[in-house]
Design a protein around this ligand. Structure first.
Ligand code: NZQ
Ligand code: ZN
Length: 387
């Protein structure tokens, strides 16, 4: 196990009815709130009304930034920063999925920043003061509720970039699984694939001695496999929604990557896909994962696929190792299919037209991937296999 510094400061309020702590928690940090939310799901399912009722009762002033798109745009961030400055906002509350939360984080970092906020996305080292952030999660997927990252799209430059800073970690997040009952089937599926991908990104590392982290990673994968389908079949199954929600936070909050060498890979490629084609993040990830697995499977990486197959998919450990690896990949593909996730780029009307530029973008900061390092040509090859 490598050296690491543990820091997961976000306080979690988990379970049905935990919204009752909202007023008290916000008052620890501020009195004037910017409420950030998406395209209206929280108005349809009643969460918006519950939040406003509490804020009014607690006499907390509210400004609003709604209509944050999936794959949130830098223009929404700019608008949010303006509202905060004009109204002396001192706390940001995101209610929604990763898009609203990510948008809120960069707004929080942008309010005191002198230049254009896009610079904070391009270079997180420029982040200085960040307004306190709280979140109410409505979709189990990104883990943004418990990490310091944010991913923002710039439609003009066709870039979708991740940024991150310790100060952008939420002060608290309210995780009420019943708030995810209304998530549509396709988003539940995409969210489950996203959680699994966050695990894959750090599980497929050549650090061999992080036994504990790898067993925790496998538990999260098994949780997604068990409950992903249940939540799709029965959206109001509390245990399924609860397990997925907690898996979302634990997959990316650092617990699995501490003590390991990591270099994310699939996400870099997927962000290019959504930058060019504005697709759903989890769907893009699922499509590339199987070709990626096949591409990186070799004599050096085989042991990891065997661990994955035996421990996650309960494949007989006495089988020949390559057979175990191939079965594990096949079972992963079948699982995505059972969730009804499209399994090829063609199904999303994506051709190879922009592969060259997308691959360049994916490796803009250098090679990606830890257990097998990938260069631009590797990325093109994987994209071609994903068609
Ligand atoms: O916009 P509304 O109307 O709220 O509807 C949303 C949206 O259409 C809907 N939804 C969310 N909760 C719902 C609901 N519909 C009904 N009932 C509910 N309870 O779901 C749709 C997708 O929402 P979105 O927030 O876009 O999804 P997700 O949470 O998957 O976030 C995706 C974004 O997060 C980034 C992705 O790249 C993408 O931009 N990521 C952020 C990460 C992070 N901060 O750590 C890491 C991830 O790897 C990821 O890159
Ligand atoms: Zn993701």
């Amino acid at each position: 196990m490598k050296k690491f510094n543990y820091s997961i400061p976000t306080e979690i309020f988990f379970g049905k009815g935990q919204i009752s702590v909202l007023g008290r928690e916000i008052k620890k940090y501020g009195s004037k709130v910017l409420l950030v939310y998406g395209g209206g799901s929280i108005k349809r399912n009643g969460i918006y009304d519950s939040v406003l009722e509490i804020l009014q009762k607690e006499q907390i002033e509210v400004c609003e930034l709604g209509s944050v798109d999936p794959n949130p745009r830098i223009n929404s961030v700019r608008k949010g920063v303006e509202i905060c400055r004009e109204n002396s906002v001192n706390f940001i509350l995101a209610v929604g999925g990763g898009s609203s939360i990510d948008c809120a984080k960069v707004i929080a970092a942008g309010v005191s920043y002198k230049g254009d906020v896009w610079e904070l996305v391009v270079d997180p080292r420029k982040v200085e003061d960040v307004l306190p952030i709280g979140t109410i999660l409505t979709l189990a997927a990104t883990g943004s509720e418990m990490d310091g990252f944010a991913v923002i799209s710039n439609l003009e430059t066709k870039e979708k970039l991740g940024t991150g800073h310790d100060k952008m970690k939420p002060k608290f997040s309210i995780l009420d699984p019943t708030y995810t009952y209304t998530v549509p089937k396709n988003q539940t599926a995409a969210g489950t694939a996203d959680i699994m991908s966050h695990v894959f990104e750090v599980y497929f590392s050549d650090t061999k001695e992080a036994f504990l982290q790898d067993r925790m990673a496998e538990s999260i994968l098994k949780t997604c496999i068990k409950y992903g389908k249940v939540a799709i079949e029965n959206p109001q199954d509390y245990e399924a929604r609860a397990n997925l929600m907690w898996a979302s936070s634990l997959a990316i909050n650092g617990l699995l990557s501490y003590g390991k060498d990591t270099n994310w890979c699939i996400h870099g490629i997927e962000h290019e896909l959504s930058a060019y084609y504005d697709i759903t993040h989890g769907v893009g990830l699922a499509i590339i994962t199987v070709p990626w697995f096949n591409y990186i499977l070799n004599d050096d990486t085989l042991y990891k696929f065997v661990e994955y197959g035996v421990n996650v998919w309960d494949i007989d450990k006495n089988l020949e190792h390559y057979e175990i690896a191939k079965l594990a990949i096949e079972k992963t593909a079948n699982f995505y299919k059972e969730l009804n996730i499209p399994m090829s780029l063609k199904e999303l009307n994506i051709t190879d037209e922009n592969f060259e530029k997308m691959a360049e973008g994916a490796v803009r900061y250098g090679n990606i991937g830890q257990i097998k390092s990938l260069n631009k040509q590797d990325v093109i090859n994987i994209l071609k296999k994903s068609l």
